[in-house]
Design a protein around this ligand. Structure first.
Ligand code: HSE
Length: 429
């Protein structure tokens, strides 16, 4: 009997594409449904660029759309990246041509996932993206498959390794953000243009996808509240530590009677908490199920080997014929995404003020907070050399964000306050 041959077309031969080719050459026996897996065609920006894998025996396509629709492609693997442009065109073309698609493209799925799900389900083919979130750590399959018997109430975690590396280094060395970013770029941890990572957008793409899988709604990246780590000061890291916290970029998604809240913020996490102890480029995620309770996963969120392994796991699902809707439910049955307004958030907060060293300042600040109805949980004043004033830090009990903003606006106007107070959220985890 002749063996089934699965012909794979791979668009994008960067870190992940190269890793996938290497994986398939090292594991010729990889064929979870029997038969054989062969890469037949490839496409990338440059044909002549030196590569660690030999592509001379493969058919080269200048145009990823032509690769996606080629009769020689059984499964189209999109590793080009970007929410629009060639990646989107090729994925749409593949789905319209009835080809299963595997992608690592978080921006594409977070921004166009709902419309692509319609195409995939109309064609009756899978659209899989395990590698788009947490690289090699299986968060997508966990939510789409393992948690589907429960009701997920929320997810929260560290979804960007670059930011976690930078924050961990700032913490360990007491260095400024810009210095650590420059080091991270030299070592290849951060991109030459780090905006997607340090601006919080990469984590927001990922958590938007997790929200859709968790809550059965369409992904809605536009509704995400996004704050990156560029404003995190070494002083905040020190002050937070003195109060028993570490600062992490926390991406979270919660569902309540009001709707869905998707947020990315640099946040204080109590020392000893698994997210506070997640250091370097690792990713970590808590999933809260109504019946299962809390699940914690931690692992590599990037890198050639781990991310290629996640792509290979999706290829395996295509071959074995696993059939699931693209998100938690068929595209036509996805719930509308009702966003909770940022001002509705209720939580504890950290405020750092820079004030003149004179009598009555603390009284004025606490009076203003009391007038606004903000209750102080802890308070710390520390002389810091060259700070240009006296930094004082306080944490609040849980308070609505709208009330907090009002208090910050009023404190900023006090004569002894030298700059707008710095707000960081205390993670609800
Ligand atoms: N740039 C991402 C990170 C990895 O730093 O986590 C790919 O999503």
């Amino acid at each position: 009997m002749s063996q089934k041959v699965w012909k794979i077309g791979v668009a994008g031969l960067g870190t992940v594409g190269g890793g996938l080719l290497q994986f398939l050459s090292e594991r010729p026996e990889f064929a979870p449904a029997g038969g054989r897996v062969v890469v037949t065609g490839v496409s990338a920006r440059s044909r002549s660029r030196p590569r660690s894998v030999d592509i001379s025996g493969l058919t080269w396509f200048d145009d990823p759309v032509a690769l996606a629709t080629s009769p020689e492609t059984d499964i189209f693997v999109e590793l080009v990246g970007g929410s629009d442009g060639p990646a989107k065109a090729a994925v749409e073309a593949a789905l319209k041509a009835g080809k299963p698609v595997v992608t690592a493209n978080k921006a594409l799925i977070a921004e166009h996932g709902a419309e692509l799900a319609v195409l995939a389900e109309a064609a009756g083919v899978p659209l899989l993206f395990e590698a788009a979130v947490m690289g090699g750590t299986p968060a997508v399959k966990m939510l789409r498959e393992a948690m589907v018997g429960d009701e997920v109430k929320g997810v929260a975690g560290i979804l960007n390794g670059t930011c976690n590396f930078i924050l961990s280094e700032m913490e360990a060395k007491g260095s400024a953000f810009a210095d650590v970013l420059a080091d991270a770029q030299r070592m290849g941890y951060a991109e030459a243009d780090p905006t997607m990572d340090v601006g919080g957008f990469d984590a927001a793409h990922k958590v938007s996808i997790l929200a859709a899988l968790a809550f059965g709604c369409a992904p809605n990246f536009a509704a995400a509240e996004i704050e990156g780590i560029t404003g995190v000061d070494a002083l905040d890291i020190r002050m937070a530590r003195d109060l028993g916290y570490r600062i992490r970029l926390i991406a979270s998604a919660d569902i309540s009677a009001e709707g869905v809240a998707v947020r990315v913020h640099p946040s204080l996490v109590p020392e000893g908490h698994p997210l506070a102890e997640t250091r370097g480029a690792l990713n970590a995620l808590f999933i809260e199920g109504a019946r299962i309770g809390r699940i914690f996963i931690q692992g590599p969120g990037a890198g050639s080997g781990p991310t290629a392994a996640a792509v290979a796991a999706d290829i395996a699902d295509v071959m074995t014929g696993a059939r699931r809707p693209v998100f938690q439910a068929p595209a036509r049955d996805l719930k509308p995404f009702v966003a909770v307004a940022p001002t509705r958030r209720v939580g504890k907060a950290y405020l750092r003020l820079l004030v003149k060293d004179q009598a009555g300042v603390i009284a004025a600040v606490s009076e203003t907070l009391a007038e606004c109805g903000v209750s102080i949980d802890s308070f710390l004043q520390k002389p810091v050399e060259d700070a240009g004033g006296v930094p004082i830090v306080l944490t609040t009990h849980a308070i609505a964000e709208s009330v907090l903003t009002d208090a910050i606006n009023r404190i900023e106007k006090l004569p002894a306050v030298l700059e707008r107070p710095r707000l960081l959220r205390i993670a609800r985890i």
